[in-house]
Every structure is written in C-alpha cells, then in structure tokens.
Ligand binder design. Structure first.
Ligand SMILES: Cc1ncc(COP(=O)(O)O)c(C=O)c1O
Length: 363
C-alpha cells in the first residue's frame, strides 16, 4: 500500500510546468546569459523586479526577490523583532513562520481565526502602536480560510488608527478556483503600512525558490544588508528564466491549469469527507489554495490519529503544530495539493475509518 500524503503543501507533479520552464531556461540564457550566469544585485534580477513592481503598481526599488518567500519572512521578522516589535499572529498559523518567530525569541500573541478569517474584534482588543500583525488573509495556511471583504477594510482601518504594521503573506491569492476575487490588504492600504510577501512556489514551482517581499522604502537598505550577510547574490539564473516564463505568455495558462487541478482535488477531498465523516467532524471548504482544516470529533486527538494513520499509510499535519501558545489538539491540516483525486478518495476513506473508530472509543 503506497503512502498517501496530505502532509506537505506541495504541488502534484502534473501541476508543474516542466517543459515550459525548460524552454524558458534556454531562452533566458540566449537572451541575457552573461547577466543570468553572473552574480547579481541583492534585490534580484532587475527585469523580474520591474515586472513584479508593475503588477503591484509600485517602485521596483521596493521589491526584494528572495529565495522563496519564507526567506523574505525571515529577513523582515529578524529586523522587526530586533527593533522590539510584538507579533500578533493568527491561530492557527503557518508553522514555519511560527518556528522562525520562536527562534528569534519574539513576543507573540495569537488571535483565533473565525470562519471568515482573523477575528477583528479580538484584534481591536489588543493591537497597539508598534505591533506587527502577521496575516495570511487568502486561503490561509493551514486553515484554507479567507478574510472577508468587510474585515479587510476594518483591519486596515484599525491598524492605521493604532499605528501598527500589517505583514501580509499571500502565496495562494492567485489560486482561486471559485468565488469572487478579493483585494489584497496591500492594495486596500495603497501600499502604505503593509509589508507584502508572495511567492512563485505555488503559482509556478517550489523548486525555483523564488519569492518576494515589498517593503516600505525606508526598510529596503536594512533588508538588503541582511541579504548580503546571507549570500553573495540571489539565484539570478532562475530569476531570469522565471522572467521569461512570466513575460512569454506562460504564467496565466499555467495558473489556469493549476487552479483546475486544485479544484478537482478539493472536490475529491470534500466529497470523500462528506461520505466518511459528515456525522462526526467538520471542515473548511476553501475556494482556492492548497489546504483544508479538519476539526475532529470531541475527544479525538490529532496526534494520536496521526500515529495510527501513518501505520495505515496516510499522513497529514496535526493541528497543534500551527499554534504558538497552544490549541488545535483535536484538529488536522489536510493538503489536497499533491495526491491525485483517486488517491485523495482512498486516503480519506482510510482516515475516515480511523476517525470513526477513535470517536467511538472517546464517546
Ligand atoms: C503562508 C506561507 N508563507 C510562506 C511559504 C513559503 O513559501 P516559499 O516556498 O516561497 O518559501 C508558504 C509555503 O507553504 C506558505 O504557506
């Protein structure tokens, strides 16, 4: 029996633009090989920086292209924590960002997510000048939840009023396969008071390790100094190939393909969950992105379930891993991005049996 993984947020092999990217790698070398194969500036391959800046309608000098967006998070968090900022994070929240904050010794407060994203009333009760509100507003990792339009406006107004900074992490926003698009916080705030982070890991491929951060102008020299402390140059060649990919007509059709593949997988997962667990558990129904959040029946521990599921060749990440100060013990994050629809159906079948058995013991 093969292992069916709902654990890592990785795209399935059919979602990767392998042949298209090969063509772009060659085209980049032929077009600009002497630059692509040399050291480059800390902010990244200049044409790609300009293309990103154009999409966000800002000055290219505010964009730093990093080796994946988690690296951008790490640089910015390092700088802000050193300056004494307190971080307010969502509960649950992307586990790798939480580990970085933990290692930095950051002061962190967690705020529960509601069905429509960050609880703005709870935030209003705590946020103060100098805080950083780290949020993944669209198809959140791990919950798949999305901040409503109304709450996006409220959030921007609140942080402005209090003098806090928003740190918006948005690797999934373009992977909407259902429903109406929502504005980014960065756009609602006219690019002021929001540090914006995004990635090509989910829209193109994680292996190219290309993400970016958009900074307020005054932060750029600081973050570039951190870049130079860490590496001599970003991976200019891959950034040049990506530039060919995004400007040569490859990006939009690829997004369509990825969205379709994800929708089919989401549907396979939610319909299998409906068949297996309608009476005992609840789950989020994302309109895009990679993940859904499964709230297990009362008394069923995510950790114990994971041990049993791994013996049965199904894996996921237990909910508790996504909380800074505790929570999520009876929950799980399920990534539907990797397995095929038939595998998802089979894997949820296995998981369903285990959850029902554990719930019967707990009752
Ligand atoms: C919310 C969030 N931020 C950042 C990342 C890291 O992405 P990258 O591969 O660009 O480093 C991920 C990856 O899963 C993510 O879900």
């Amino acid at each position: 029996m093969g292992v069916i993984s709902f654990a890592r947020g990785m795209p399935g092999p059919d979602l990767l633009p392998i042949a298209e990217f090969a063509d772009c790698a060659r085209a980049a070398l032929e077009r600009d090989g002497a630059t692509a194969l040399n050291y480059g500036p800390p902010g990244g391959y200049p044409p790609l920086r300009e293309w990103i800046a154009g999409r966000h309608d800002i000055d290219p000098g505010r964009v730093i292209v990093t080796n994946g967006s988690l690296q951008g998070f790490s640089f910015v968090a390092r700088h802000l924590v050193k300056g004494g900022a307190r971080f307010i994070v969502e509960a649950p929240c992307y586990d790798r960002s939480l580990s970085i904050l933990r290692r930095l010794g950051a002061e962190v407060e967690q705020i529960e997510l509601a069905d429509d994203g960050l609880d703005i009333d709870a935030l209003a009760g705590t946020v103060r000048a100098g805080d950083v509100v780290y949020t993944i507003p669209t198809f959140q990792n791990p919950s798949g939840r999305t901040l409503s339009r109304e709450n996006r406006f409220r959030l921007i107004e609140l942080v402005r009023e209090r003098g806090a900074l928003v740190f918006e992490d948005d690797p999934y926003g373009e992977l909407r396969f259902e429903g109406d698009p929502l504005p980014r916080l960065f756009e609602l705030a006219d690019g002021q008071g929001v540090v914006f982070l995004s990635s090509f890991s989910k829209t193109v491929a994680p292996g190219i390790r290309t993400g970016y951060v958009i900074l307020p102008e005054e932060l750029v020299p600081e973050i570039e100094a951190l870049v130079l402390e860490n590496y001599v140059s970003p991976a200019i060649f891959v950034e040049a190939a990506l530039y060919d990919f995004v400007t040569g007509g490859g990006y939009e059709p690829n997004l369509e393909r990825v969205r379709d593949g994800l929708r089919i997988r989401r549907d396979a997962m939610t319909s299998a969950l409906g068949r297996e667990l309608a009476e005992s558990a609840t789950w989020s129904r994302p309109e895009g992105g990679y993940f859904l959040w499964l709230d297990l029946p009362t008394g069923v521990s995510g950790e114990a379930l994971l041990t049993r599921a791994s013996e049965d060749d199904v894996t996921f990440i237990k909910g508790a891993d996504f909380f800074f100060h505790g929570g999520g013990e009876e929950a799980a994050r399920l990534a539907y991005s990797f397995a095929t629809a038939p595998e998802i159906d089979k894997g949820i079948g296995r998981l369903g049996r285990l959850v029902r058995a554990a719930a019967a013991v707990a009752a």
